[in-house]
Design a protein around this ligand. Structure first.
Ligand code: SF4
Ligand code: SF4
Length: 474
């Protein structure tokens, strides 16, 4: 059978680099406490792990050693990211899809799901509502359909950036869309996308084949596997990868995500900007057997081991998970979460208390408002951030890594988190959130060294409080 990757141009690094036999052998090895501690030490020194080293952590089965892994992940998160959490919202643009992925409510054979594509006016209305809630970063999500071509995606991105309500603006638009070819990536890049996100879903080829009809466009494993590399070769140097946990053995998917990250680093000098690790959720008309269901306990290991394996890669935890799970695993290494999310088509303007499952790709686990999530984060000692500074200052991709690796990112992230939090409190926060946020900002300021940067930060916070000046990033 001819596949898309036979007909189209792969990247210069486009080959099957997931070595399944090798990964299977790695996972069959015996647990080794001494080796696991050596790997943990390497990770705490902020050195990315190879799949072989990651497997040592995956093989750990003794509860005490697993606790050591959790403790190390918490520490590494604190060392690299401090206590900030970046917030964003997903915005579904269209539910038409030509694929028939067995785990998804939008699959083409599902006649019960509502199909819709937001009109330009509807898109604007969603963005205005998100701005009124206080959002500054969005990810636009598209089904895979000929109508959602690069020009259409680029038009949507431009429309989002052009929408302004009061002090509201979206400062970074990421996309989650089907794999594109090189010219397609260049078109969406020109519109100013931030991260291009694409999940392999499962890296296990037989499972991939069972989930995705081979003749469908998504059935081409290599074309999808190669898409982050094509994006980078087309100047989209911030890419997000991920796997859908629950389709195959979670330990295999972790090794594959690490291998994918190392592959990009080796060929392009830059790994993925983010890794996502969504778990399967209930969805309209979807029945996947529970052979590979990831328990909450194993999910904690997923997050902690990924954190240790890729110290400088952002990790995204979404509202698929319940508020309780999100709260618990946040400390293990998550750097970004969504909040106030609605994933029904046009769901932000028509938000109901209950989800309308016939209009969404899967069911969410956390329906709290942005303000509620902000308040909980603040009370738990996190600094919620809407920062988008690096992308606008040109610190992306390889350049971003130059800033991140020497470890002085915190001198940018914390001040920028505080100014964007102050903006939120002034413009959108409820009284309770404002009071909690004001205390947090004072506490954070007290922790900063007395230097010109702190003085400048204090002046900027004052300007935000007392004037209409916004977007005062470092
Ligand atoms: Fe389409 Fe994506 Fe759903 Fe597959 S997962 S059916 S490509 S929307
Ligand atoms: Fe992200 Fe850069 Fe802002 Fe830090 S300063 S939160 S790395 S955009």
């Amino acid at each position: 059978m001819t596949t898309a990757s036979d007909r189209k141009t792969l990247s210069t690094s486009g080959y099957h680099f997931i070595d399944e036999d090798h990964f299977d052998r790695l996972l069959l090895g015996k647990p080794d406490r001494g080796a696991a501690r050596d790997v943990i030490a390497k990770s705490l020194a902020k050195v990315p792990l190879e799949p072989e080293e990651t497997a040592v952590l995956l093989r750990a089965d003794d509860p005490d050693l697993i606790e050591e892994i959790f403790a190390a992940a918490r520490q590494l998160k604190r060392d690299v990211y401090g206590n900030r959490i970046v917030l964003f919202a997903p915005l579904y643009v269209g539910s038409y899809c030509r694929n028939d992925c067995l785990y998804c409510a939008f699959r083409s054979s599902n006649r019960d799901v509502v199909r819709h594509t937001l009109s330009p006016e509807e898109l604007t209305a969603q963005v205005e509502t998100l701005q009124r809630h206080g959002h500054k970063r969005l990810i636009l999500v598209f089904g895979e359909h000929p109508a959602y071509n690069p020009e259409f995606i680029a038009d949507c991105v431009r429309r989002v950036y052009a929408t302004r309500v009061g002090h509201g603006e979206i400062r970074r638009v990421n996309i989650n869309a089907a794999p594109l070819d090189h010219p397609g990536f260049r078109i969406v890049k020109e519109a100013g996308i931030g991260t291009y996100q694409v999940f392999q879903e499962t890296y296990h080829r037989a499972t991939y084949g069972a989930m995705h009809a081979p003749e469908s466009s998504k059935g081409d494993y290599l074309w999808r596997l190669d898409s982050p590399a094509r994006a980078i070769e087309s100047e989209c140097d911030d890419v997000g990868i991920g796997a859908l946990f629950g389709l195959y053995d979670w330990r295999f998917e972790i090794l594959s995500l690490v291998a994918h990250s190392r592959h990009l680093q080796k060929h392009y000098g830059v790994g993925p900007h983010t890794i996502s690790f969504p778990r399967l959720r209930p969805a309209l008309g979807v029945r996947i057997d529970d052979t590979y269901t990831v328990s909450d306990d194993d999910f904690k290991r997923v997050v902690a081991i990924l954190r240790l394996a890729v110290p400088y890669t952002g990790m995204i935890l979404t509202a698929r998970e319940t508020a309780e799970v999100r709260r618990e695993v946040m400390a293990f290494g998550v750097s970004q979460i969504d909040a106030g999310s609605r994933i029904e088509l046009a769901g932000y303007t028509a938000a109901e208390k209950v989800q309308q499952i016939e209009k969404e790709q899967f069911e969410l686990g956390d329906l709290r408002s942005l303000d509620e999530v902000m308040r909980e984060l603040i009370l738990d000692g996190y600094v919620p951030s809407f920062c988008t500074a690096c992308y606008r200052a040109g610190r992306t991709g390889e350049h971003f890594m130059e800033f991140a690796i020497p470890g002085f990112i915190q001198s940018l992230c914390t001040p920028n988190a505080l100014t964007t939090l102050q903006e939120y409190l002034c413009d959108y926060g409820s009284d309770e959130t404002r009071a909690a946020g004001a205390q947090l900002i004072e506490k954070e300021l007290n922790h900063l060294p007395e230097d010109p940067r702190k003085q400048e930060l204090q002046q900027r916070l004052q300007r935000i409080r007392q004037s209409n000046q916004r977007d005062l990033y470092f």
